[in-house]
Design a protein around this ligand. Structure first.
Ligand code: ATP
Ligand code: MG
Length: 547
């Protein structure tokens, strides 16, 4: 794998070289309220790869301090996704496991005169906070005594007040130029059943208070987060210093978020697609979730290579979606066996071939990688070719496929010439009648004539019926916010084509990947059975014309 090179690596290296730290410990902190998507993969890959680079470790920490949204289902899904990408967290922790220590640190701040219980309503707190041009105003409750604050906070913890009646705030500076420093709320009252803590707590710490404490308790050295936390860093450092004393670590470093063209990565949207039944589920092969990409057939190697190649900078970046496809092709080019499949079948009869006879011809499994060996492919009087590999008349001189009066090579078999067609009343072609030339057998050294291109086929009597799931982007015109999500679903985003595959083996396992020649890369879908194979087209070949 390409070496990861970025500004965070430079910081880590200098911290190691200067002896400030001996090890690197990072953490990946997803909220267990959704499935991971390709954007999360940037944070995930970055944290794990950077730590690995320096022989360090990475914790998985579920950021479940906000009890309203978490669900246990997502915890398992996230662990699976991380393992699937090939990473092994040094520890799996939950932010909520630190609620006791976090509460004790809140008491410590109260005792130091650095936190107070405020009775202002949420709306008043906002008004008192001021804005970028105006300093804030002190709350009338700001100067309560330590003893009173301790008493009130204890009451809050014991459920004596309803939600919203009181909060605990840090006492910093109401005219600080950074609004996050204007006495931020540290704790709020919530009567909610937490997925791990149950009803043990009715005061919950805010992210800005809980996160640095969690990092410090775990001994995280470099706490990487996305750019929107940039102007929270000053508060992160304040919390660390007041709770633990001034120290070099943990230190927060921000990186730019990853956006991908034509791809919606907001959790809210993805959840909406699922709950409104617009997609089959989080693992719908059109979804940018890791489970969706995995079902579609994307490999961990391709996803990691994509993330690393997209680079890491301090600014948000938008990457072309087809870059991911590029890395998939790179990954599977030599790994995947190449088979012949016909996605839109057209019957071809070889009139001069004996009825009832099937012969088997040698074919390489991957012309570019001999190690994948060979197989036998069937040929007979009855075959299928793709409908778009045939035209009644050659449309132009660039056309390198079959047409009436033209001769083409069938991959690994013979040259055939098209002589006539059977048509339905409406003109629909139902069958092409051809003749073959036995002298042109593949590998026979025949070179007397140049065919009008090479096409592929599937022998009809041994063919396996298959459904080919063909995908286009799920959402069209995603820049137009005026059209509702439901109306932006691309009606062609999932087309199920019925066709045939050659028959190289009895059983296809879910997730196996192949190149179907002259078409694309496919993966065996989870709905596939040996009677009816189902394949997902991961991506087309770069050039799907005659090659
Ligand atoms: P929310 O704002 O709803 O919490 P989130 O995208 O921040 O959504 P988390 O589960 O908190 O979701 O994300 C875990 C980590 O993944 C965070 O560090 C977050 O910054 C990072 N992350 C999420 N989306 C992206 C993205 N598109 N690019 C880079 N990092 C991302
Ligand atoms: Mg978040």
């Amino acid at each position: 794998m390409e070496e990861i090179s970025n500004f965070i690596k430079t910081i880590m290296k200098s911290d190691l070289d200067s002896g400030k730290t001996e090890t690197i410990l990072t953490r990946f902190p997803p909220e267990p309220n959704a499935y991971l998507h390709i954007g999360h993969a940037r944070a995930l890959v970055t944290n794990f790869e950077l730590a690995k680079e320096f022989g360090g470790k990475t914790n998985l920490r579920f950021d479940d301090t906000n009890p309203a949204k978490e669900e246990a289902e997502f915890v398992d899904a996230i662990i699976n996704d991380i393992e699937w990408l090939g990473y092994h967290p040094a520890n799996i922790f939950f932010g909520s496991d630190y609620f006791g220590k976090t509460y004790d640190l809140a008491l410590k701040l109260i005792k130091a005169g650095l936190a107070y219980v405020d009775d202002l309503s949420q709306d008043d707190i906002k008004v008192y906070r001021g804005d970028l041009n105006n300093p804030g105003k002190n709350s009338p409750f700001r100067d309560r005594s330590v003893a009173e604050n301790l008493k009130l906070f204890d009451n809050m913890k014991n459920g004596k007040y309803p939600e919203g009646e009181k909060v605990l705030r840090a006492k910093i500076d109401m005219s600080h130029p950074n609004i996050n420093m204007r006495d931020p709320v540290l704790y709020r009252i919530l009567f909610i059943n937490h997925h791990r803590q149950g009803t043990k707590w009715c005061v919950y710490p805010m992210y800005d208070f809980a996160h640095p404490i969690q990092d410090a308790i775990e001994g995280i050295t470099h706490s990487l987060c996305s750019l929107e936390y940039d102007n929270h860093r000053i508060l992160y450092e304040w919390v660390i210093e007041q709770c633990f004393g001034k120290r070099d670590f943990p230190k927060q470093i921000e990186f730019g978020r990853l956006n991908i063209t034509n791809t919606i990565m907001s959790k809210r949207y993805l959840r909406q697609l699922v709950t409104e039944g617009k997609v089959e589920g989080y693992d719908d092969p059109r979804m940018p979730t890791l489970v969706g990409l995995r079902r579609r057939g994307y490999t961990p190697e391709a996803i990691k290579a994509f993330i690393l190649a997209s680079g890491l900078s301090r600014i948000n970046s938008t990457i072309e979606g087809n870059m991911l496809e590029h890395f998939l092709r790179e990954d599977l080019k030599l790994k995947a066996a190449r088979l012949m499949a016909v996605v839109s079948p057209l019957k071809v009869t070889i009139d001069n071939y004996p009825e009832g006879q099937v012969e088997y011809l040698d074919a390489a499994n991957n012309a570019e990688n001999e190690e994948l060996g060979k197989r036998q492919i069937a040929f007979s009087k009855h075959i299928y070719i793709n409908r778009d590999d045939f035209a009644l008349e050659k449309p132009d001189k660039h056309y390198k496929r079959l047409a009436l009066g033209l001769e083409v090579r069938l991959y690994n078999a013979y040259f055939i010439t098209a002589n006539s067609v059977s048509q339905e009343l409406e003109g629909n072609i139902t069958e092409v009648h051809c003749t073959y030339d036995p002298a042109t057998k593949s590998n026979s050294g025949f070179n007397e004539r140049k065919p009008n291109g090479t096409i592929h086929y599937v022998e009809a009597t041994t063919a396996r019926p298959a459904v080919f799931n063909l995908f286009e982007p799920l959402i069209t015109d995603i820049d137009d916010e005026t059209i509702s999500l439901a109306d932006r679903i691309n009606p062609n985003s999932w087309v199920k084509a019925e066709g045939f595959l050659e028959n190289p083996k009895p059983h296809f396992e879910e997730g196996e990947k192949y190149q179907f020649i002259r078409d694309g890369y496919y993966a065996v879908d989870k709905t596939s059975t040996d009677d009816k194979l189902v394949f997902n087209r991961i991506t087309s070949l770069k050039s799907s014309t005659n090659k």
